[in-house]
Design a protein around this ligand. Structure first.
Ligand code: SAH
Length: 260
């Protein structure tokens, strides 16, 4: 196997059957449910998911693994040979995956734009910490805001490198994501996520300047005027000090100003 490709695809197969079993238990799968799996690999998880669910949609981008998955002949598994970042996901109830870590951030943002009941996701440990990070901590960033504004998130357990073959260089963690209605609706979810990411690239700036510099995302004419009308006490803070709800408040005000 070409080593460069191997690294890029993040192929670390989960071989510890006890961890697989626990993931399946956390997912609490019912016979009526459709499960999405991203990066199905050799199907270690896929087979167990298929035994419990009505249907599994398994996305895999490596043709050799797609073939291996096909050879398992699992009747209720639909294999999609594609890049998970490029395809639209069909309707699913739960997402259960040992993700390729290189796409954790992008794929999580993408998942959060879909409606679903539960996510049980294996991440690199450091990324898991970012998903659950509280405002004011060094790990708090766009993915914390995106996830926590519309879901309850929790690290369920740490997983050692030895649970995988080949073992990755980093530790892993299983995260539970339970989407819930946000306390404040956001006017445009996709644009909100882009806005939050752009603001966080200005992490050291006060919000006022961070927003002005991120204004291209909103494509607004008179951004300075709009920013001057935002709540002053929030404008003096730095992005990492704002709660997810405060980000929504600011975004919605900017969004209104854009269309008034
Ligand atoms: N779920 C399997 C494999 C996890 S390794 C297990 O636990 O054993 C991650 C898998 O994601 C690899 O099979 C890799 O080929 C696949 N992958 C990497 N990037 C991908 C992408 N962009 N879209 C879909 N699958 C991808």
């Amino acid at each position: 196997m070409n080593p460069v490709k191997k690294m890029r695809l993040g192929q670390h197969f989960l071989i510890d059957s006890r961890v697989v079993e626990r993931i399946i238990n956390y997912a609490d799968i019912h016979k009526t449910e459709t499960i999405l799996e991203i990066g199905a690999g050799l199907g270690n998880l896929t087979q167990k998911l298929a035994a419990k669910a009505a249907k599994v949609v398994a996305i895999e981008s490596d043709p050799r693994l797609v073939e291996a998955l096909g050879n398992l002949e699992l009747p209720n598994v639909t294999i999609i040979y594609d890049n998970a970042l490029k395809v639209d996901f069909s309707e699913f109830d739960k997402v259960v995956s040992n993700l390729p870590y290189s796409i954790s951030s992008e794929v999580t943002s993408k998942l959060l734009r879909y409606p679903f009941k539960l996510g049980i996701l294996m991440y690199q440990y450091e990324f898991a910490q970012r998903v659950i990070a509280m405002p004011g901590t060094k790990d708090y960033g766009p993915i914390s805001v995106e996830a926590q504004y519309c879901a309850d998130v929790e690290v369920l357990e740490m997983v050692p490198r030895t649970a995988f073959r080949p073992p990755p260089e980093v530790r892993s963690a299983i995260v539970k994501i339970v989407p819930r209605p946000p306390s404040l609706e956001v006017a445009d979810k996709g644009l909100f996520f882009n806005f939050v990411s752009a603001v966080f690239t200005q992490r050291r700036k006060r919000m006022k300047n961070a927003i002005i510099n991120a204004a291209h995302i909103l494509n607004m004419k008179d951004v300075k005027k709009a920013v001057n009308l935002l709540p002053k006490e929030l404008m003096h803070k730095r992005p990492e000090q704002l709660s997810p709800e405060e980000f929504v408040i600011l975004f919605n005000l900017m969004y209104e100003a854009k269309y008034e």
